[in-house]
Design a protein around this ligand. Sequence first.
Ligand SMILES: Cc1ncc(COP(=O)(O)O)c(C=O)c1O
Length: 373
Amino acid sequence: MTRPTRALINWSHFRHNYELARSSGSGKTYAVIKANGYGHGLVSCARALSTADGYAVACVDEALTLREAGIQRPLVVLQGAYSEQEWKLAAEQNIQLVVHHPQQLQQRAAVTLPAPVGVWLKINSGMNRVGFRPQDADAVLAQIAADAALDLRYVMTHFASADDENTAQFAEQLALMAGRDWPVPLSISNSAALLTDKSVNGTPVEEGVRRPGILLYGASPLNYRSAAELGLKAVMTLESQVISTHTVPAGETVGYGGDWLAQRDTRVGVITIGYGDGYPRHAPAGTPVLVDGVECPLIGRVSMDMITVDLTDHPAAHIGSYAELWGENLSVDRIAALCGTISYELFCQLTPRVKRVAKTLPSDTPGPCKACN
Ligand SMILES: Cc1ncc(COP(=O)(O)O)c(C=O)c1O
């Protein structure tokens, strides 16, 4: 018997969500699978979407992992190169790079490349994280055009607040990108923007490549609409089992710090999952856990390897009962909101100790995904 704590990955839901994104408009859809595929497994995500238009990752290391696994489809690195050596690797491996800072072009000029590199020019349209300021765009576009080793593919930007409804900031960033003629198509949409009307004065803004991430994994990118309302399907189901039950008399406490006080005789269930697995330590009492399909509230603090739930109103629960922490039957967005965070963080902080296991095994996906861990 191995520890029953695992993340079941439903690859057919992943493909469903990708197709939903792809059908949202013309142009290409690059699947954002950085950070180990938002915790779902980098190589497994790429293999599950073997006909994707392309993939986006954060760094050259992630891109190389995909190439080493035999993934040959287009790849873009969202942070671009950190060094001259990475420019060379990108040229050798046919990896496209985002250019967001003059230093990257200096590094590029310092090295002879074996082949031209496809580049995406990043404009800082208001996020103020990375990217060239709009007033510097003409100069950098000229610099790229003059360099035979650079092949400009797209001009891109990233929205700061597409997840909120009708923000002035989104409208300003969109207008800025739509308000001039660029020499190549745009890439502007993350998941939230992909699901948002992007018209300026009634004219939809055309886009060459969309870059959805979180929606592929079945969580909602919009603060004002649920994943179910958007037709998204949960990809990861985090599951475990009850390993102990016992009764704590009224007036006693449960867990570290003794800050959960039993108001009645309480049947406590212990489930083998904790912050050592990535279940959030700050999940408050009352956070639901599905035990054999019945919602039971978390009680006491989350430990490294265990959590405790109140089974008093679920007398049929027993040692071996199935527990779902989030997934197909318990929205990850709901758990994230209770924990004061976002689904992205819950997915990404799952630790390697949690086995990622494919729920369905269609012929074009890997088996139990060793690569995930
Ligand atoms: C530049 C860029 N594009 C696209 C994405 C995907 O965003 P989301 O997961 O919200 O769809 C990210 C994610 O952080 C990003 O940094």
